[in-house]
Design a protein around this ligand. Structure first.
Ligand SMILES: CC(C)(COP(=O)(O)OP(=O)(O)OC[C@H]1O[C@@H](n2cnc3c(N)ncnc32)[C@H](O)[C@@H]1OP(=O)(O)O)[C@@H](O)C(=O)NCCC(=O)NCCS
Length: 255
């Protein structure tokens, strides 16, 4: 299978049991790594784990939370190793955002027993966001839709419980939040953007519905990439510094 073919090379994180590369067509200076993990044993296939700094509040957390934290860091460590040649692990800030080593930027997500991280050069990217979600049931989709979707998005659903599109929209916005948070530096909700287009091949376009900062204005459009990974939906938002300077409408010729 395709994913199995991508599980190439030995990961550098000691004992990282499984290593998946979700996007073979990764943009330059960027690497994304995912892994399955167990809530009991984490993602390591032997006890001697890597040198991940565990904050006291994570050390005190439930085993499941510790496992997902470590699994996310393992993915980040491997992504950073592939990017920079050096295995390092992001810390955690008080606002929960990961703290990336100098010269890098990235994002982490986990859902169920899968974790994913993307890391890239901070010279090339001003924002990287990644999210992974298990497929929604129709009941979950119906419940999430009014909170996560704008009026326009709700109107464009094929059915009120379109689990795929509601899940994709939710995940894309989570990725957008993680990508923009380092520059916007404040919380913004799900109605601050909307998915205005998407293609089954794995691309979409988010549009801001209001100003978030002097740089991020209402109407600005930001591409999102998505794909299925082991039955989960993964989304990625990668924003290059260069793209912020140009007219997006003319640059993104996806739609
Ligand atoms: C912060 C948030 C995006 C995390 O998503 P989640 O579904 O709870 O969980 P995920 O597994 O996908 O992501 C968790 C990871 O997000 C990262 N994260 C947390 N806060 C973050 C922030 N402010 N900025 C960037 N990344 C952040 C962390 O790495 C965390 O994992 P860790 O604690 O193990 O390091 C979510 O809780 C949230 O607040 N969402 C509402 C804001 C939003 O999405 N708005 C939509 C904008 S259009």
């Amino acid at each position: 299978m395709y994913i199995a073919q991508l599980a190439r090379d030995l990961p550098s994180v000691p004992g990282l049991a499984q290593c998946l590369w979700p996007w073979p067509d990764e943009p330059r200076d960027c690497c994304c790594v995912a892994t399955r993990f167990s809530w009991e044993t984490g993602c390591l296939d032997r006890p001697a784990g890597p040198d991940i700094d565990i904050p006291p509040w994570i050390a005190r957390a439930a085993p499941r939370r510790r496992a997902e934290y470590i699994a996310g860091r393992c993915c980040a460590g491997e992504a950073l190793r592939r990017l920079t040649g050096k295995t390092t692990f992001p810390g955690q800030a008080e606002d929960r955002a990961p703290v990336w080593p100098r010269g890098t930027i990235g994002s982490i997500s986990h859902s169920g027993d899968i974790a994913i991280a993307v890391a890239g050069s901070s010279a090339r990217y001003c924002g990287l966001g990644v999210d992974i979600e298990k497929p929604l049931t129709e009941a979950e989709a119906r419940e999430i839709a009014p909170q996560a979707l704008t009026e326009r998005e709700l109107q464009r659903l094929r059915t009120p419980a379109d689990a795929f599109l509601i899940g994709l929209t939710f995940s894309a916005k989570e990725s957008l939040f993680k990508a923009l948070y380092p520059t916007v530096r404040r919380f913004f909700g799900f109605h601050a953007s909307q998915l205005v287009a998407w293609k089954p091949a794995g691309t979409g376009l988010l549009s801001l519905t209001r100003d978030l900062s002097p740089e991020w204005r209402r109407g600005q459009e930001i591409p999102v990439h998505f794909r299925y990974l082991e039955n989960f939906v993964a989304t990625r938002v990668s924003i290059e510094w260069a793209d912020r300077q140009v007219d997006r409408a003319s640059r993104y010729e996806l739609y």
